[in-house]
Design a binder for this molecule. Sequence first.
Ligand code: BMA
Length: 304
Amino acid sequence: METIFKRYPENPILTPENWKYPCNAVFNPGVIEFKGYVYLLCRVETFDGYSHLTLIKSKNGINEWEIPNEPTILPEEKYDEERWGIEDPRIVYIEDLKKFAITYVSFSSGGPLISLILTDDFKNFDRQGPLVPPEDKDGSLFPKKIKGKFALIHRPIIRGEGHIWISYSPDLIHWGKHKILLPVRPGMWDCHRIGLGCPPIETEEGWLIIYHGIRYTASIPIYRVGLALLDKDNPEKIIARTKKWVFAPEKDYERIGNAMNVVFPTGYIIKDKEIFLYYGCVDRYISLAFASLSELIDIVKHNY
Ligand code: BMA
């Protein structure tokens, strides 16, 4: 496994101990490059068990993070759907809007659902509210319209099953044409639930999808990572999908924490054709791993 994704030797790159205020966990960040910095919008869990989002930045995306003294986006009481906190953001720049779209999980007694924030400066955050009904997680918009419509990848839970779905909208308000995009695979490592990891990555060969797959074992679920490649113009056409996982919990910081055996990619940047993959570890830390983009495409195309 080490040959595909190479872990940064000083992982985890961010822990609760690095934070400027007390917290239990720092994990599952949305990632974007903006004005010469790598920004991570981190999920931070405080000791009441609720999460909020805090934006940090670094020039190289590896270390020397500038961490603020206070949270950036807190759940707001007037939004009922956020009463139990906000979690796991994914960020894309939407060319058509000239804005960044932050899709995140808002959590309440109504169940988790995906909400949208638009911003153009990461200072003013314009809440657009929930997109599709609960129970839903792991949502990201495509950075480009697909056949004239905004497209959302998400993971509703239906009859206990957790497949990856795609839905479309003309205006980011009305959603339809819902369809299973990638199903779980009975008997395999991703048999129980799967969910989008990073936002879809545009490549010459198609949209590269990095997703997490879950299998329940006798003791606990194990979260591993797989790849899929979707057609550029029609992402519902699956060009390929890895049979094997390409990344899995191996190190202690990926095996023991608030959860066990969880690697949970949520964002990436690309530098010199190399992917920097940011992933949550055991619902407690943030780590970084590197892979060659062309190698990932090659692996997925051969259904590794
Ligand atoms: C998922 C989400 C993530 C979490 C993961 C592993 O359902 O809630 O936030 O990292 O489970 O516990």
